[in-house]
Structures are given as structure tokens and as C-alpha cells.
Design a protein around this ligand. Structure first.
Ligand code: HAM
Length: 423
């Protein structure tokens, strides 16, 4: 029989790893909530047209990376490749633009892109994302970058740097695009990779993002959007820089930074690390002032970003920190077992981690198992202890033993054990 396997590019997060995931997710929610963001949970599956209309039909994601299929009713559905489109749909569909026009939301969860799996690139990956609606103030763009900076500092991530750019707006971008198209048209075919050859006709801004060495050479003197920014885009960008300075966030400006999704205008940014090889962007985002209207809502400026959780995790110290049991119940005989089950319930209700052996093995076997689990204490209870009303609580690290009265109400016994555990 063929061995059952997970889908290529889809990974299990095993119990040894999940505490680190939780640490990151809790740190992110804490930081996001300190800035006034509230959690939103949106579906993983959406109608395909949502992504085609928002991310852009000429993007890699929509052209070739989406997991799209028809449901039994013949509707085309897609596993979300990112979070922004769904959040915007939810913002419009639930009337948040009326009830909470200045919504600031965050989300945590899996995204799906059928890319070629490699280090830092999966087909099911996870994002920690935020979206802020209803203000076009550059202060918000800078605040989000400062917020990410704080999250990374809190997690002890080093060697990561924000890179920012302005992509202009529908007023000033077309004239730049024309200049760029002319420049690209003059490059001989042999000097561009097949992808860029295609892109120069369909989505020329994306050519700027090509990592191919040959293309890099051909683009050495490419015009950047900076000279073509209109006055308000320029003022917006300068204000973002000013606020970053006020926040004390050091950043790099890169006039060639572009994004793989079409909805951005003005601010675009990435947090990059040189520790991740080719997939250096740990977080990325920017402003998308036209998207809410494009998807059927009222004109609403917005800005957001998403962190790639797996990439962030690769920058964290690798520690496994599964929580060992606070107390292990070594139980011998039916009476002791019944007592131990009740006492465990009482201690677990207070938040202590209690373990036991479910196999009715002898004391030696149970002590060995407790040691293997790394239990801090073991409470030994057998018929003798039930008769005498006293049991031994052993501190496994120091070998110290303490007698605990067990012939009281379970609540009192739990109190006594809790005191002895010293927590
Ligand atoms: P994005 O640049 O496509 O933007 O993705 C954001 C981050 O997700 C990337 O910087 C990377 O860390 C991570 N990521 C993307 N694809 C993969 C993959 N295949 N495997 C592992 N990690 C990956 C967005 O998704 C936008 N929705 C961000 C945004 C929110 N813009 C405004 N609001």
C-alpha cells in the first residue's frame, strides 16, 4: 500500500514546536493590541473572483499559485493566498465601514500558494497580519512599521531591517510606468530572463523585483519612480520618514522596492533579513487606498502588512520548551487510583499540570516514566497511604520528600499539594 504523506509544501507543526509558535502569536497579539488592533477571523476559502479582482490578474499569485477548484455547485473557490482581500471583503460585507470606519484589525492564520517549496517558502504558510482602515495619514504607515520593529525587538530578532519606498498613485504612476516601459523595451531580449520578458509587457513594475543576475545588470540604470512622484505622494513619503525618525526606527529607502500584489499605492515596505537566503522578506505591506472602493465599498484609505510566521521563526533561537508536569501521580491499586484521579482534577482546575501512568504499572515503572516526562514532583499513593492517610510528595530534582495528609476533603489536599509545589 502506498505510504500516506502530507501534501508537498504543507508541514506539520509538532508538539515540540508549537510552544514557540504560541510564544510568537501571543507576542504579536499583545503588541498589535497595544496599538489598538482587534482580532478578526475570516474564512480560509473565498470565491475566486475576490482574489483575482484585488491581488491583480497579472500577478504570479493569481496567474499560477492559487489553489482553485470548483465546488459541487459549480462555483470557483480559492484557498486564500493572503489575508488582505478577505479582510476588505469582510469590512464591506459586514458594514464595518459604517459602524467602525476606522477599524484596525489583525489576523493570524494559514495562507496557501502553490509556489516551488524551498527554505522559507511553503505552500501552506502562516501570516500575522494587520489592516488599518479609514485614514490616509502617513502617521499610520509609520506607526505600523514602528509596531513591527517593536514586535521583532520583543522577540529578540536581530539583523532585520525595514526597507521603504513609495509606489506613487494613479495620478503619478502612469507617467513613470511609461518611462519604465520605454526603458525595458530598449533592452535586448537576451539580457532579460523569460519571466521579465513576459512581465515587461504585462506588469512592468514587477521587473524591478527580479533577482536574476542578468536582469540586474540590464536594469542598472533603470529610472526609479522617485523622480515622478506627484507632490502629495512625495509629501506623504517624506512624512512617513519623518515619523519613523521620531519613533527612532532606522530604515533604508529603496526606490526599486516593488510588491508582488497590485493593490498598493504610495507606501510599500518590507522587513528583510540577510539570514534567510533567497527568501529574505520576513514581513511586507503597504498602503492600498483604492482597494475598498474597487471591491464595492465606499472610498476608504487603508494600510497593512503581514509577517511570514515561518520566516520569523527561522530567526528565533531554536529552543524546545514543552512544559514538564508539575506533579506526577504514582498510583497503586484501585482506591489510590480513584483518589489520584480526583486530586488531579482539582489540581488541573487550578492550572497545575498533572500526569499519571494509565497502564497500572508497578512503582518502579511509574517512577521511571515520571523521570522521563521531567516531572517536578511525584506524589506516591498506594493502599498503605490510603489506610494511613499520609502520602509522600517527592521533589524529583532535590530528592527531598514531604508528607502530605490525604484523608481530608480533596480541596484541602489540593491546597496542601499546591503549597508544597511552591507555585
Ligand atoms: P506578501 O508579501 O505576499 O504580502 O506576503 C507577506 C509575507 O508572507 C512575506 O514577506 C513572507 O514573509 C510571507 N510569505 C509569503 N509567501 C510565502 C510562502 N510561500 N512561504 C512562506 N512565507 C511566505 C501579503 O500577503 C499582503 N497581504 C500583506 C499586506 C497586508 N499588505 C497589506 N496588508
Amino acid at each position: 500500500m502506498e505510504k500516506l504523506q502530507a501534501i508537498k509544501g504543507f508541514k506539520d507543526i509538532l508538539p515540540d514546536d508549537s510552544p514557540r509558535w504560541r510564544t510568537v502569536e501571543v507576542a504579536a497579539s499583545d503588541v498589535f493590541e497595544a496599538y489598538g488592533y482587534a482580532e478578526i477571523r475570516i474564512p480560509t476559502l473565498e470565491y475566486t473572483e475576490l482574489f483575482a479582482r484585488s491581488i491583480g490578474s497579472e500577478t504570479d499569485i493569481v496567474e499560477k499559485e492559487m489553489y482553485t477548484f470548483e465546488d459541487a455547485g459549480g462555483r470557483s473557490l480559492t484557498l486564500r493566498p493572503e489575508g488582505t482581500a478577505g479582510v476588505v471583503r469582510a469590512y464591506i460585507e459586514n458594514g464595518l465601514f459604517k459602524s467602525r470606519p476606522r477599524s484596525k484589525v489583525y489576523y493570524i492564520g494559514p495562507m496557501f500558494r502553490r509556489e516551488r517549496p524551498q527554505k522559507g517558502r511553503l505552500r501552506q504558510f502562516h501570516q500575522l497580519g494587520v489592516e488599518a482602515f479609514g485614514t490616509d495619514a502617513p502617521m499610520v504607515d509609520a506607526e505600523q512599521i514602528a509596531m513591527l520593529d517593536m514586535l521583532f525587538a520583543k522577540l529578540g530578532v536581530e539583523s532585520i531591517e525595514p526597507v521603504i519606498n513609495s509606489l506613487g498613485c494613479p495620478k503619478c504612476r502612469p507617467s513613470y510606468r511609461e518611462k519604465l516601459v520605454d526603458f525595458l523595451a530598449a533592452i535586448p531580449e537576451k539580457d532579460l530572463c523569460p519571466n521579465c520578458l513576459r512581465r515587461r509587457a504585462t506588469n512592468p513594475m514587477r521587473v524591478l523585483d527580479c533577482k536574476n543576475e542578468r536582469c540586474g545588470k540590464a536594469l542598472e540604470n533603470v529610472p526609479t519612480i522617485f523622480d515622478d512622484l506627484c507632490d502629495s505622494c512625495r509629501a506623504h513619503h517624506e512624512a512617513v520618514e519623518k515619523y519613523l525618525d521620531i519613533y527612532g526606527v532606522s530604515y533604508r529607502s529603496d526606490p526599486r522596492l516593488v510588491r508582488g500584489l497590485d493593490y498598493y499605492i504610495r507606501t510599500a515596505f518590507e522587513f528583510v533579513s540577510d539570514k534567510l537566503g533567497a527568501q529574505g522578506a520576513v514581513a511586507a505591506g503597504g498602503r492600498y487606498d483604492g482597494l475598498v472602493e474597487e471591491l464595492g465599498g465606499p472610498p476608504t484609505p487603508a494600510v497593512g502588512f503581514a509577517v511570514g510566521t515561518e520566516r520569523l521563526m527561522m530567526l528565533l533561537p531554536s529552543q524546545t520548551e514543552t512544559r514538564p508536569p508539575d506533579v506526577f501521580m504514582a498510583l497503586l491499586g484501585d482506591r489510590a487510583t480513584a483518589f489520584g484521579l480526583k486530586l488531579s482534577q482539582a489540581l488541573r482546575a487550578r492550572g497545575y499540570r498533572c500526569e499519571m501512568d494509565y497502564q497500572s504499572r508497578g512503582l518502579k515503572g511509574q517512577m521511571k516514566f515520571a523521570g522521563r516526562l521531567g516531572a517536578a514532583f511525584v506524589l506516591i499513593v498506594g493502599d498503605g497511604e490510603m489506610d494511613s492517610g499520609k502520602a509522600v510528595l517527592q521533589d524529583m530534582a532535590e530528592g527531598r520528600k514531604e508528607s502530605i495528609g490525604i484523608d481530608e476533603e480533596i480541596k484541602q489536599v489540593a491546597d496542601a499539594v499546591a503549597v508544597a509545589l511552591g507555585k
